[in-house]
Design a protein around this ligand. Structure first.
Ligand SMILES: [Fe+2]
Length: 361
């Protein structure tokens, strides 16, 4: 028979193990939940958002800050919740010996909880929480939970930064390719770049996400790449095209798609390219689809492309005035163009006339 002291000791031990188990479960559940939420994200700001919201809720913190830096210690990204963004702008470098003081001062909180965001022992950032006014002190478990959050996010931040680097390289390569192609046709120089600029402006007006805007930028740059294979005498022909020549011209969206369809990374813009000559009422090409069946990115390119093409000289005609072009675009709202896109285009023209310049910006 066990004596009372022994039973007490065992109860204590069970209590300790239960609490440890519950802490471990909390950590594990947290890591699992975060990995589910963050896995589909490649946007640094979105990852930081989830990290801060989750962390602040869990630790009952009033302030949360994420700072990322490069190998030289220069801050490359910062995000905060619970304070004005401006308070952490002063922190431009990561200095291991002063960062705690710097953050304490910047946040105006005592004893912040700071944990490193590290990947294979290499620090790529820090995660910091501040108590709520009059809130409880951070515990050891809080620190462990914050560390689990930081560890989980490190890989995500790294993937996001690699992805952005890769995407920027892809965009630069596309730009160089398009420039080389447009150089051969002097009247085309800068056309795709301007369509991209106006298109992204329209997308901004429509509240599209960063990812959609990046896709639109690539699709706008590449939309007419299929015209490369059309003979110049057709593209530059003054006067009416024959039925046979029209057939060739109408093939160019399919050819644009053909040029890039082996590049899996561009998959998301395939349909935007293919349908950029569809018309809202359904009389366009190649498929004659209409309304919302036409991808939104194609509907945006259609307006931006028309504006730039009409206001530029072509071998077979002089340019139209901007006013005349805008009148024409308005007149075609609901037939050739999506009225929502035309409205966004007109709003953009009102407050960002600089985007419509023919000069490089
Ligand atoms: Fe086109």
């Amino acid at each position: 028979m066990l004596d009372k002291d022994r039973i007490k000791a065992l109860e204590k031990e069970i209590g300790r193990l239960t609490s440890e188990l519950s802490d471990a479960y909390k950590e594990l559940a947290l890591v699992y939940e975060l990995s589910l939420k963050m896995a589909p994200l490649l946007d640094t700001a979105a990852i930081a958002d989830i990290l801060l919201i989750k962390g602040m809720g869990l630790l009952e913190a009033g302030v949360g800050v994420v700072i990322l830096f490069n190998t030289d210690g220069e801050v490359t990204f910062r995000s905060s919740k619970g304070i004005e963004e401006g308070r952490i702008l002063g922190i431009e470098r990561y200095r291991p010996d002063t960062i705690e003081d710097d953050l304490s001062k910047a946040l105006g909180v005592k004893d912040p909880l700071i944990v490193p965001i590290a990947l294979k022992e290499k620090r790529i950032g820090i995660l910091c929480f501040g108590k709520k006014e009059g809130g409880r002190k951070f515990s050891l478990l809080d620190k462990r939970l914050a560390s689990a959050l930081a560890t989980q996010s490190a890989g995500m931040f790294m993937s996001s930064s690699l992805y952005l680097k890769l995407e920027s390289l892809l965009l630069k390569t596309i730009r160089a390719l398009i420039r080389a192609i447009e150089e051969r046709e002097p009247y085309l120089v800068g056309h795709s770049e301007r369509v991209a600029r106006i298109g992204v402006g329209i997308a901004q007006e429509l509240g599209l996400s960063e990812k959609e805007k990046r896709n639109l930028e690539m699709a706008s740059l590449l939309h007419d790449i299929g015209k490369m294979s059309i003979e110049r005498k057709i593209l530059e022909k003054p006067g009416r095209l024959t039925e046979e020549e029209w057939k060739v011209v109408r093939e160019h969206p399919k050819k644009s798609l053909f040029v890039i369809e082996d590049i899996g990374e561009l998959r998301e813009i395939f349909s935007a390219l293919l349908h950029h000559h569809e018309r809202y009422e359904g009389k366009g090409y190649p498929n004659g689809i209409k309304g919302e069946e036409i991808p939104l990115l194609s509907r945006i390119i259609a307006v931006a492309d028309t504006f730039d093409a009409m206001t530029s000289d072509r071998p077979y005609r002089m340019r139209y005035t901007e006013e005349g072009t805008i009148r024409e675009i308005k007149a075609c709202s609901g037939s050739q163009f999506d009225p929502k896109v035309v409205e966004a285009f007109l709003r953009l023209r009102e407050h960002r006339p600089d985007l419509f310049s023919k000069e490089e910006v």
